[in-house]
Design a protein around this ligand. Sequence first.
Ligand SMILES: [Zn+2]
Length: 390
Amino acid sequence: MSNVPPIESVVATLVAEHPLFDAHVDALQRQLDLGHDLGVAGPGQFDLERGRRAGLGAVVLVCWCDPGYIRPERGGAFARTVALLEQAHVLARRHPARVLLAGNGADVERAHAGGRVAAIPGIEGGHSIEDSLDKLDWFFERGVRVMTLVWNNHLAWIRSCQDGAGPGIPEGLSEFGRGVVARMNELGMLVDLSHAGERSFYDTLDCSAHPVMASHSGCKALHDHPRNLNDAQLRALAARDGVVGIVFHPGFLDAAAREEEARVRASDAYKALGGGDDTLTFTRQSELMQRTASPLPLARLLDHVCHAAAVAGVAHVGIGSDYDGILRGPQGLEHAGCYDRLVDGLLGRGFGHDEVRAILGGNMRRAFAAATGAGTRAGAGAELIPLVAS
Ligand SMILES: [Zn+2]
């Protein structure tokens, strides 16, 4: 008989002692628009119950405001973001034994010690602050600890990674944009550079006083997609002690998978699901995509983790699934109940136990603690201004 423990017990021990940190999840809009409770198992790609069973210890729950809401007749970006943020508070109030809204690294450790998931409210897209540092402060006081500076829509103070920037859009970060980064540093918010243009990326690294992350991106060397980071960016991020969260979206990870998704999106069956509520449409189209597109093997995601680790160093790689913001996951990582399969996959690529712990949680915990613990308002996690009545 061998003394080597079975792989199942190695995985269970690794995730129980060192919970995973998912740096980007988009599920709040399902709870707001469709009434789904993210504290119980299913439907959709992400919920705390399936995640916790698969080893999740901390998650950034982002408020993604569809730019369509910027229009005054739809209420504006700030109001939509407030409604999404309120859902994070609802979740914590509804499931106090399972979730803790975490404001800093100490809160994350406190959640782990109590067997709870640390939920970190985030904002995806600087349009949510409507060009106002007062609104940024307002969000911070109500729990927001991460902001992705820009989404796919360019802003007057920062360029996105997408084409089509018109006149008036800066090459990178404007003076006001530098002020946003400085204020985030001062408050204790983690800056997220996924979706940022290349010049915006470097401008932010230049002016941020604390480590930053790219929460949900892949490696451009493996798939030349505008949302991915090239090797020079990976090295620059590492040089500032930042972390890249490898995204689960097959269309970012692999050129053939992207073509396959375009094929499904062009199908009559896919188009027939459109037309109603945007979140309902997205959820139904995601189910169709997951079911009908030819699967992307999990090995391809591991290729991106290995490449990022080789270029930036193991200490600068994490995970950022983008669950419920992506149309499907790779084979074997279809939903939050599958996180623990990454442990087996990473061990199979030759990473040691300490390296697996770092990639799946430790590195992001370090970046989050560094950015939030350094602010003037450090410790505010336990003193949030409530968004829902007790
Ligand atoms: Zn995104």
